[in-house]
Design a protein. Structure first.
Length: 196
């Protein structure tokens, strides 16, 4: 058996794995599984150990205790990287505020945190879709507008690909105000990404 990130990602979405874990691993896919038989470490990352990390994050623990527990699950090196990522990601705007149109500009441009923010936005959209939120189309519009205004092309394409494929969001182009502009700017990249 081999570890496949795309399969794990779909499982993670379906099983509500913590968005910080999904965001970090979307940025650093190689960290999903890092077993090295020559290593003296007794802990290493596996899809199952990341699921355990997700459960740990649901508890309100101080950073030191969380780091120790994450170290026990995925190893000390990855725990340090993951916790540093969480610290930067926590400085990002609230995804709900972005989708409500309250936040339009991103001040932090740290790439792994931007990956996490993109995943978090998709999580929020999925919850809005599942709840039949009457403002769903407005939220999708704010998602696309924010992405176009703040992210590089690669991240914009990743975001819409996640929204459409992994999250299966019912996006209606006719109901999205900025969709024509979005399609004009990114349509060719999205088509190329779907073929890849």
């Amino acid at each position: 058996m081999t570890v496949n990130f795309d399969d794990w990602f779909q499982w993670a979405v379906d099983n509500n794995i913590h968005q910080d874990v999904v965001g970090y691993l979307t940025f650093s896919k190689k960290d999903l599984y890092d077993f090295d038989p020559r290593s003296s470490s007794r802990s290493f990352a596996t899809p199952r150990s990341w699921a355990f990390v997700s459960e740990l994050l649901e508890d309100a623990l101080d950073d030191s205790t969380t780091t120790d527990l994450v170290s026990g699950a995925v190893g000390e090196g990855l725990a340090v990287k993951f916790m540093a990522h969480r610290k930067v990601a926590s400085q990002m705007p609230n995804p709900g505020d972005i989708l409500e149109g309250k936040v339009k500009e991103l001040n932090t441009k740290e790439i792994s945190a931007m990956y996490s923010l993109t995943v978090s936005l998709c999580y929020e959209l999925k919850e809005a879709s599942d709840a039949n939120d009457k403002k769903f189309d407005d939220k999708v519009n704010n998602f696309l507008r924010f992405s176009m205004d703040n992210f590089e092309t690669e991240l914009v394409v990743m975001g819409i690909k996640l929204a459409l494929t992994q999250y299966s969001l019912p996006i209606d182009p006719d109901a999205i105000e900025c969709f024509d502009e979005f399609h004009e700017r990114y349509g060719k990249y999205i088509t190329a990404a779907q073929k890849a």
